[in-house]
Design a protein around this ligand. Sequence first.
Ligand code: ADP
Ligand code: ADP
Ligand code: MG
Length: 673
Amino acid sequence: MFTKILIANRGEIACRVAATARRMGIRTVAVYSEADAGSKHVAVCDEAVLIGPAAAKESYLVGQKIIEVAKATGAQAIHPGYGFLSENAGFADAVQAAGLVFIGPPGSSMRAMGSKSAAKQLMEGANVPLVPGYHGDNQEPAFLREQADRIGYPVLLKASAGGGGKGMRVVERSEDFEAALASCKREAISSFGDDKVLVEKYLIRPRHIEIQVFADTHGNCVYLHERDCSVQRRHQKVLEEAPAPGMTPERRSAMGEAAVNAARAVGYVGAGTVEFIANQDGSFYFMEMNTRLQVEHPVTEMITGTDLVEWQLRVAAGQPLPKKQHELAIHGHAIEARIYAENPEKGFLPSIGTLRHMDTPAAVEFELGAFGLDPAAVRVDSGVREGDAISPYYDPMIAKLIVWGADRNQALARLSQALSEFQIVGLATNIAFLKRLVEGEAFSSADLDTGLIDRHGETLFPAPSPAPLGALALAALSLSSSEDQRGSANPAEPWAQAHGWRMNSAYRRVLSFADEFTGANHYQVGLTYDAKGWVIDANGERQQLDLVRSEGAELTIRLGETSLHGSVRRDGDLFHVFTGGRHYTLAYNDPMAHAGEQEAAGGRLTAPMPGKVVAVLAVAGKDVKKGEPLVIMEAMKMEHTIAAPSDGLVEEVLYQVGDQVADGAPLLAFKAA
Ligand code: ADP
Ligand code: ADP
Ligand code: MG
């Protein structure tokens, strides 16, 4: 076995490979770009070497540089992960030529499967079922259209060199064929540098079912059963599960054997995946082979009790496969959800930013099921930590959440529970969307096909519903106690301190919040303190309110007769409230910070509540810029800044430091520019 390997990747997969290597006592060398100097994969490896600037083509894609680092650090083998150089046959050959081991298939297998057309020609010879279509060399538009007419519409045009869901066009009618062909070829040449296309029958409501295969250098080749990856957006996977719901033992072995035939036909070695497209009636066709480890490999690990990275390392070191076909049984059910930094409501647009707060569900990382034992119920594979950034340079995947259950229903329940516990603040994520998807009728009843997300838009993208009273109470309490902590000498008892607000017999304060982004819902949250304690009113409801316990961001409250738990994270004016398995983002409208905005027209900036002037920054007769602080007041133990509502001129300052100011009193005379 190797004593040291280099991991030619970053993020989640680099960390995942490092974890197995560590367990096996193998040292690891990380490579990283300038953008990744402080990243998790660098921290978890034993050594790390900088290989270039942030852009992947100047760092993670520079094969020669990576090979030099491997030699210089004494690594014996290179693990390519997925993406980047993992399916680059030239890189695999170069690694070998340098006297190192490439942890993956031979370059020749990659070349054979690299072109979808050539792969289909090969598969025809190996008796692997193919989608009806044309995958030959003749690229004449008129000829291709004849082929489409013969196959019958709708047809799918695919870039032969395509990948990642790109370079595909559905054609509904013969009249549309030529325009679609031209646009498909344009995308193919610009994305893959090759405009060769193939034509396929476009299946209606198909499922994506793939088979994990593994081959060694001793002539053994097995399949580790199937994964269903039908739930996709833009032809990219969102949820993956194993085994595939509704699969029969007969069809499983038929697909498994077809996949093994496909691998054998190209002299395959190592981990690979044969992707099939299946009709609802169970008939299936070869689609393509991915000659690498797949993002969704953990679901296979969970149901088979294997560590596929360990298998990769063993095979690359020349050992035989750890298990024979008849030893590979299926145990329970596993589902993976990909947590992406993206905005599902805005067409799944990636979002970039800093992970200001990240809480993952209680998980045992890489605790793979040993013989006779259940695998970890919840596993989180991620390449980032709190404080890390999701940059525009790389894949926006934040983490993979993988759950195991004795059956599909248990796995589903665990997944929705774990999604409720996954908290991210700082950028948009698909967590809430995933939760709706997992809990929705279509997925929970396993009514699967690749159009599931598009077909269920109404339930998956509901109109934003207003935040419930409990969420508003948590935000309001969090705000009040943080204000109190700032102003009080004894922050240990914020709620006791808050009683100090009482000035007369009853004290009332109104806090104004709105939904983030949409701004669809506005909330006026009233907090009243009287002889009987606190009362909250909002959304037309009114309840007695008590703080039972608070510890950091965690709060337990009593609202009327019910007790409620939640956590609140503040990010500037945004209050992120996590409660009842949901995440509410409430924008706090600070009356002091925005006071000037409404008052500007009248030429006077006024104090919206009684308080004391603690600083005067404005100077009469001086021009100021919009947003420049003019006066700072203290009210309710909190400082409030009165800022210039626009560019303009301060004409007169009406108060001095130390003055008490009445509610509504003009603070200064201001003229907008
Ligand atoms: P890529 O290389 O981009 O992964 P694939 O050939 O694997 O391309 O196809 C990606 C996805 O496109 C599939 O998972 C499936 O959703 C859809 N797809 C591919 N071929 C067909 C087809 N013939 N009919 C219907 N959908 C298809
Ligand atoms: P599959 O799910 O079939 O393995 P995908 O296309 O969804 O295939 O995943 C492979 C993709 O993962 C790569 O093309 C790349 O965009 C992305 N990727 C590459 N490296 C990483 C990484 N370190 N972490 C997360 N995603 C990555
Ligand atoms: Mg594919």
